[in-house]
Design a protein around this ligand. Structure first.
Ligand code: AMP
Length: 286
């Protein structure tokens, strides 16, 4: 396994792979890797085959954090990440530095962003106004550097995947975007690097996100129901957890993200909940 920090070197390597006709699968991450990330790596390996190349990027992207968010506190452990990647059979880990990704940003010299204008207005985009601009920009940059044939993203960040699919289609990027199912703890909590912030009591209460999804699934299994009524029931469920505070819960069409008034089987649900100071998200098809 090779570790490449330099952008030009990574790009030169990508050109070499292309000349040799090697298939490249790419998994962008912010590090602090867990089994969710590793399932993306497994999918990438399956897609490109034993002779193909799997690249993982580990980069905590500053432009997708708001000014009051956890950029500085975000957990970083490159040594552990590299060991996990090596064990998972990754070929190259790309670890660019901020100064190279956003040269002159502090002096106002970095001034080109990729902005998706519609799907990024709702849910996470409303709660975190500059977040998706940071995501689309960094992923477009990473695609230009790594030049993958396929890139792998988690269904855990459903809206992010929808926006990136839109970006790939709108900008004719030659990348096949693959969305991989959410990996969960045995009690249903979606794996997330931010779960580390939780105290044992908060960790226990954090299962309320999964229980909310399961409650909604149960409620619409046989008959459809109003979104307002279901939202009220989920608010009630979350109020039983003293450390939990609902940010939003939305019911929408899974592809278009357009909200629905009537929730039925197949409708998509997403929610964001503060558990103590930590903001967790989850989603699923009902
Ligand atoms: P992050 O490091 O949080 O930016 O996540 C990198 C990628 O891993 C994104 O595509 C996430 O959607 C994906 N991911 C994060 N958590 C999970 C999970 N529990 N299951 C599957 N994929 C995940």
């Amino acid at each position: 396994m090779r570790v490449i920090a330099d952008i030009e070197r990574m790009q030169a390597q990508a050109r070499l792979w292309a000349r040799r006709g090697l298939r490249v699968g790419f998994v962008p991450t912010m590090g602090c890797l867990h089994a969710g990330h590793l399932s993306l790596v497994d999918c990438a390996r399956q897609e490109v085959g034993g002779r193909g190349i799997v690249v993982v990027s580990v980069y905590v992207n500053p432009t997708q954090f708001g000014p009051k968010e956890d950029f500085d506190a975000y957990p970083r452990d490159l040594k552990r990440d590299l060991a996990l990647c090596r064990k998972a059979g990754v070929d190259v880990v790309f670890t660019p530095r901020d100064a190279a990704m956003y040269p002159g940003k502090a002096q106002g010299r970095f001034s080109t962003y990729v902005v998706e204008e519609r799907l990024s207005q709702v849910m996470e985009g409303r709660a975190r106004p500059t977040h998706f601009r940071g995501v689309t920009t960094v992923v477009a940059k990473l695609f230009n550097i790594v030049q993958p044939e396929a890139a792998f993203f988690g269904a855990k960040d459903w809206q992010q995947a929808a926006i990136l699919k839109r970006m790939v289609a709108d900008l004719n990027l030659p990348v096949n975007l693959v969305v991989v199912p959410t990996v969960r703890e045995p009690d249903g909590l979606a794996l997330s690097s931010r779960n580390q912030y939780l105290t044992p009591e908060q960790r226990r209460q954090a299962t309320a996100l999964w229980r909310s999804l399961q409650h909604a699934r149960q409620r619409v299994r046989r008959a459809s129901m109003g979104a307002a009524q279901l939202r009220a029931e989920i608010e009630h469920l979350l109020r039983q957890q003293p450390e939990a505070r609902l940010d939003y819960v939305e019911f929408f069409h899974g592809d278009t993200l357009v909200p629905v008034r009537t929730v039925r089987r197949g409708t998509h649900m997403a929610l964001a909940v503060f558990v103590g100071p930590t903001r967790l998200i989850d989603n699923g098809r009902l």
